[in-house]
Design a protein around this ligand. Sequence first.
Ligand code: ZN
Length: 244
Amino acid sequence: MNEQLKLLIRLQEIDLSISSLNEKIKSLPNRLKKVMTSFKEASEALEKVKIKYEELNKKKKSCEHGLEEIEINIKKLKERIKDIKTNKEYNAHLKEIESAEKNKYQIEEEILSIMESIEILTGGLKEEDRKIKIVEENLKHEEKALEDEGKALYSEIEAYKAKRKDLEGLIKNGNEELYEKYTTLLITKDGIAVVETSNEVCKGCHTNIPPQLYNDIKNNHGIFSCYNCNRILYCKSEEGKESG
Ligand SMILES: [Zn+2]
């Protein structure tokens, strides 16, 4: 095979590798997004439970305050019994105490029920806390993994770029215009400048190649382009036969 063509094929392989590595690097943040979303969800769930927990505690305090007031009131009512003169007044007073005691009982019941809810919620709080810690660990782990992966990809790209530099030099030495053509095609033809042809079809644009041109390519005596997409063409099967 034509030496320049061999170099171009190798250059194309390297450029495809670099471009695919760049794509991989670009997609890395997407993977972090997923973990970030679970972290956000876990934080929100924890926050909800926390808010409920605080609300219940507030309610409990307010009930306890109400209970204190009622207890003071009952104490005062009981103290006043000795000052009561008439039976009628006495009965009314007893009723007032009875109603206050009923209130007291109701508030005590409410406090008990709030305490039960708080106990359940404390369990929920622990559970949400446990969950968020796991997600947080995952997030840290994934961040580190992505950082490492990014670094590895970058160094792989650097290695390819070094090889590319050598090839670029070799090709330019032989034919600077050919290198120019290659880079122009790379930009204008979606990163594919050199393409295989088989069964008389250009694999770049899927157009049929005239038999004469196809024979020339198969014989590998020069560098030929697709008359349709202008990509540089080569024939793999013949290469194998030639180089034996
Ligand atoms: Zn073509």
